[in-house]
Design a protein around this ligand. Structure first.
Ligand code: CP
Ligand code: NVA
Length: 310
């Protein structure tokens, strides 16, 4: 590694940024979103190129990063495992050395976090986590931004996580620790958050509950995710049985605060992790949540490539 390479700012986990940086990013995303809604052209990333590497499927991440980069004046290269040498066992370190000599920023969706970390360690340019088995920081960036848009500061609030102790749950936990809210977690036995991945500085930011209804009590936000994440398909049958009581339904929403929001990172499976009446109901903000991926990621790319504006 060349001297100075470690000074590059990456976004590999939610805990890579401080609360004060998030405050800036949420303000900035709001400004960028307002300008976009007013059809104001804003192209600070002319001549910059984003490489996107997908080792797993995607709809939202692909479209939000690609559309966002073009809107900011830049261009995009899309690579998948199947159509690049990544699928033919070229070492990730070599891929990082090569790709980062040709583009200005890289977004990666892959399996193990260690693979993302290895790429970042050998990259000359900023690297963004577009989802790993362990974390999904861009999604929680959008989710917290969506909460703030709807309800104001998330500090001191209660977020209920119902379902799998997965990449989303791990990232919510890091967010609770950094942004000062409480995460109520209810997972089936055997699917708890891995204590190592979800390690926090402030243990009081998380409370665990055996019953999902209890986790939802008093929550300002109830959120869930698929029962079987990408890469875990072989466990699908066992998961369908284990998670049957962890479907977010109207009773759970009724246990939360009357003004509680419902979020889901999508894609959703109605009748599994959430009832149709909840995700398609008045408390659900899932479409804003999905759209906001683009606005927050534009703010994130601007921050990583240019730094603070104003
Ligand atoms: N929420 C999310 O990351 O969606 P995609 O898998 O479609 O990118
Ligand atoms: N936990 C899910 C999130 C999909 C956006 C997965 O990893 O498949």
């Amino acid at each position: 590694m060349k001297p100075g390479m470690s000074l590059i700012k990456h976004y590999l986990q939610f805990k890579d940024f401080r609360a004060e940086e998030y405050a800036y990013l949420f303000e900035r995303a709001a400004t960028i979103k307002t300008r976009f809604k007013n059809y104001e052209k804003y192209t600070p990333l002319v001549d910059r190129t984003l490489a996107m590497i997908f080792e797993k499927a995607s709809t939202r991440t692909r479209v939000s990063f690609e559309a966002g980069m073009y809107q900011m004046g830049g261009s995009v290269v899309n690579l998948t495992t199947g159509d690049s040498q990544l699928g033919r066992a070229e070492p990730i370190e070599d891929s990082a050395r090569v790709i980062s000599r040709m583009v200005d920023i890289v977004m990666i969706r892959t399996y193990e976090q260690t693979k993302l970390d290895a790429f970042a360690a050998h990259s000359r340019v900023p690297v963004i986590n577009g989802l790993t088995n362990e974390y999904h920081p861009c999604q929680i960036l959008a989710d917290v931004f969506t909460f703030i848009e709807q309800r104001g500061s998330i500090k001191g609030k209660v977020v209920a996580w119902v379902g799998d102790g997965n990449n989303m749950a791990n990232t919510w936990l890091q967010a609770a620790d950094i942004l000062g809210f409480t995460l109520h977690v209810s997972t089936p036995g055997g699917y708890e958050i891995d204590a190592k991945l979800g390690s926090v500085n402030n243990p009081a930011c998380v409370k665990t509950f055996n019953h999902p209804m209890e986790a939802c009590e008093g929550a300002h936000l109830v959120t869930t995710d698929v029962w079987t994440s990408m890469g875990y398909e072989a466990e699908n049958d066992a998961r369908m049985k284990a998670f049957v009581d962890w479907c977010v339904d109207r009773d759970m929403m009724a246990a939360a605060r009357p003004d509680a929001l419902f979020m889901h990172c999508l894609p959703a499976h109605r009748g599994e992790e959430v009832e149709a009446e909840v995700i398609d109901g008045p408390q659900s903000v899932v479409w804003d949540e999905a759209e906001n991926r683009m606005h927050v990621q534009k703010a994130l790319m601007e921050y990583l490539l240019i730094g603070r504006i104003g």
